[in-house]
Design a protein around this ligand. Structure first.
Ligand SMILES: NC(=O)c1ccc[n+]([C@@H]2O[C@H](COP(=O)([O-])OP(=O)(O)OC[C@H]3O[C@@H](n4cnc5c(N)ncnc54)[C@H](OP(=O)(O)O)[C@@H]3O)[C@@H](O)[C@H]2O)c1
Length: 331
């Protein structure tokens, strides 16, 4: 089968399309014929091997596995022993390490039936981004009534705005000027252009700060909270040595003394969340936003796989970038 591989850590331009043996599903696994896979912030660090601290898990000098990609939508090819929820031919979505390939093996519990009203490309944009938003918000709104979401135009943020509105919150989204209309269209009541003003200097206060971009110091963010309000760190700018892990560790350490007002998100992906999201999507309550699709061979061009945020001027990539795979896309 064909797969996109990284033989060593480096820029996405060095990704290779290669022929490798098709995997066989072990007990409890499902072999999925991948029809589309999305690019998430997580994949960017995984390709480059950054931050270097992360290499304790990714492989010190060389990647522990050449396969990349995690979020997928596709069709069940064959199931391993003990799999009861899926059969050959079922359309599924979820996660599986090595999803930038024609086939990937995934644990049964990491998959769910694909939302019927989504294309494979749309469905592949859901698993990591929407689950992160869902995990972070569904038990916090209510009680939170007013919510500030940074990175509101990105993959996680665009789902977070929709989910927060659905849960009844008054939502303020922080994004770049070019994405203001997009974030409003997701349902945000207020939008702040981070290039035009510093949202940490505003007078408004919030019950929950869902910090997806993680650009501002924690002390400045905490000043934005109402009494008893909660700050939740979701992501922060990528770095070479330890960032963004350092900010998460500092926030985590301080959270022990914060009486529940500080937290760090670690998304849990399971079929329960995927099924809950499928129901919301099929009911028309949330929908993925995709602004660009790439053939498998073009994965290295996907802005989300590049080292840092793309240039601010003149770009229109605000949401989820997608790397799709099917016979028409040349993988
Ligand atoms: N904790 C978890 O379990 C978990 C799970 C998934 C992802 N994450 C993290 O969440 C973060 C976002 O992931 P994603 O997939 O949503 O990435 P993404 O699609 O690239 O979105 C990132 C967003 O951050 C915004 N941003 C960049 N610079 C900013 C600034 N100076 N001020 C305010 N916003 C700024 C960008 O906004 P513009 O486009 O408007 O510039 C972009 O929309 C990443 O750090 C990722 O590692 C964490």
């Amino acid at each position: 089968m064909k797969a996109i591989l990284r033989r060593r850590f480096g820029p996405p331009e060095e990704l290779q399309l290669a022929e490798i043996p098709r995997p066989e599903p072990a007990a409890g696994e499902v072999l999925v014929r991948v029809r589309a896979s999305s690019v998430n912030a997580f994949d960017r660090g995984f390709v480059r091997g950054t931050p270097l601290l992360g290499r304790l898990m990714m492989g010190l000098l060389l990647p522990s596995t050449p396969r990349i990609g995690a979020a997928l939508a596709g069709v069940v090819e064959v199931v391993g022993a003990g799999v009861t929820r899926f059969k050959s031919g079922d359309e599924v979505y979820g996660t599986g390490l090595g999803a930038y390939a024609e086939f990937v093996c995934s644990r049964e519990r990491k998959l769910a039936p694909k939302p019927r009203n989504l294309s494979f490309e749309q469905a592949a944009a859901v698993p990591i981004a929407a689950i992160t938003a869902f995990n972070g918000l569904h038990e916090r709104i209510p009680p939170a009534r007013t919510v500030l979401i940074t990175g509101a135009a990105g993959g996680v943020g665009s789902f977070a705005v929709q989910l927060a509105k659905l849960l009844g919150a008054e939502v303020t989204g922080v994004c770049h000027s070019q994405a203001l209309d997009f974030v409003r269209s997701l349902g945000a009541d207020h939008v702040i252009d981070y290039a035009a003003s510093d949202y940490t200097h505003g007078a408004a206060r919030y019950d929950l700060l869902f910090d997806v971009s993680g650009e501002k110091p924690l002390s400045a963010c905490r000043r934005l909270l109402n009494q008893g309000g909660v700050y939740l760190l979701v992501g922060s700018p990528p770095g070479y040595w330890v960032a963004p892990i350092d900010k998460a560790l500092v926030t985590l350490a301080r959270s022990w003394f914060s009486r529940g007002t500080l937290g760090v998100m670690l998304a849990r992906s399971s079929s329960d969340e995927l099924v809950a999201l499928k129901d919301l999507i099929e009911a028309g309550k949330i929908t993925p936003a995709i602004d660009s699709a790439y053939p498998g061979r073009g994965a290295g061009r996907a802005p989300s796989l590049r080292s840092g945020p793309p240039p601010r001027q003149g770009r229109d990539q605000h949401r989820r970038q997608l790397m799709a795979r099917d016979s028409a896309l040349g993988l």
